[in-house]
Design a protein around this ligand. Structure first.
Ligand code: PXL
Length: 276
């Protein structure tokens, strides 16, 4: 059985980070170990969220795992809440990512703004962690902060390709920018494989609303597809299709949550798409 370890927070309500990564990877047939970085009452888009930092637990957990000789097929990091956690993530890659796939989703910003608590200095340090990964999957806002370039709301394909080349120049083999729209009607992902010097993209019709947590669902699904042996291209397509389906299923509910999508009831479509 394939094994993944994912390091990100637990937002107790909010349908993001570990509360989507764990069920999605499990549903994709992958044994999933977790390093919870913090416990929050909700994700940070709610007012008044609580935050309990778990950084002090991370190194002892990893030391124990080393003694047990645990191995993983992939190490995948998401939302990290402090500079020390960035160091822990780098150590996780060193200790458990040598013979597996290393994925960094540099969760820290969207719609041109950093999430509460993050700073441009943090983004610069996150860029260093990105340099240690095989694949990174920022949205356009995160890409701009990682590269310290202005965030733009309208861009063309040449611009996206240039940003992708700069992202891989940070050190990762591949970069994917998620949530890209080039025509205002379709939404998807644009990627660059620096080893093959090849660009690829995948777009689907844009849904009427955008939701929080879809970046985490996207990254978890891409990770799960890759670990299941799907190609980079196919994994990107599977992740885009699943996120679109999650939003579609959500919007069919009359009283849907505004804080996260109904990824649970879209799981059967993901399993069918995987061919399981
Ligand atoms: O979805 C990314 C994410 C993860 N974890 C926490 C967040 C967010 C986005 O706001 O607040 C705690």
């Amino acid at each position: 059985m394939k094994k993944v370890v994912t390091m990100q927070d637990i937002s107790c309500v909010g349908k993001c980070s570990l509360t989507v990564a764990l069920p999605i990877l499990s549903a994709m047939g992958i044994e999933t170990a977790v390093i919870p970085t913090a416990v929050l009452s909700t994700h940070t888009m709610f007012q008044g969220f609580t935050f309990h930092d778990l950084t002090d637990e991370i190194v002892p957990v990893m030391e124990h795992w080393k003694k047990e000789g645990f191995r993983f097929d992939a190490v995948y990091t998401g939302y990290l809440g402090s500079f020390r956690q960035l160091d822990c993530a780098a150590k996780l890659f060193e200790d458990f990512g040598k013979d597996g796939l290393k994925i960094v989703d540099p969760c820290m910003a969207d719609n041109g703004k950093l999430y509460p608590g993050f700073t441009p200095e943090f983004a610069r340090e996150m860029a260093k962690l990105c340099g240690k990964a095989d694949i990174i999957c920022p949205n356009m806002t995160e890409a701009s902060f990682l590269l310290d370039i202005p965030y733009v709301t309208s861009y063309d394909e040449t611009y996206v390709r240039d940003v992708l080349k700069k992202l891989t120049a940070l050190g990762s083999k591949k970069a994917v920018i998620t949530g890209i729209s080039l025509d205002g009607e379709t939404l998807g992902a644009y990627a660059y494989d620096s080893e093959a010097d090849r660009y690829l993209s995948y777009f689907t019709e844009e849904e009427a609303r955008h939701f929080h947590g879809t970046g985490d669902i996207w990254a978890s699904t891409m990770c799960g597809a890759l670990v299941n042996g799907k190609s980079f291209d196919e994994s990107i397509a599977i992740a885009c299709d699943y996120v679109k389906e999650c939003i579609h299923v959500t919007l069919e509910e009359p009283d849907y949550n505004t804080y996260g999508v109904n990824f649970e009831q879209a799981v059967p479509s993901l399993i069918r798409r995987l061919g399981h």
